[in-house]
Design a protein. Structure first.
Length: 94
């Protein structure tokens, strides 16, 4: 069997396919229990700084850059699929 007993075999294969495709694109897929939280660490490479962080949740998009403290963003009370995207820009300091 597989690690998701509530899924049919076909659903599990589809989920695994999606995870592999996202991984190939450098996109991390994470699972969070209903109502749970996930911490993201958004540290830029040397010579860059965090430009923006955008959260897509429940069909709405919001700029959550101001919620990042010290490179850490906590996504709390997760109850649906979400997407978080961070962008970085040159800091002008090397």
């Amino acid at each position: 069997m597989h690690e998701y007993p509530e899924m049919t075999g076909q659903e599990f294969e589809t989920l695994e396919f999606i995870k592999k495709e996202l991984d190939a694109l450098g996109i991390e897929y994470v699972e969070v229990p209903d109502g749970g939280a996930r911490t993201f660490y958004l540290y830029p490479d040397e010579g860059f700084r965090l430009a923006s962080v955008v959260l897509e949740r429940a069909g709405r998009t919001a700029d959550v850059t101001g919620d990042v403290a010290g490179g850490v963003f906590v996504l709390a009370d997760v109850r649906e699929d979400c997407a978080l995207a961070a962008s970085f820009e040159p800091s002008g300091v090397v």
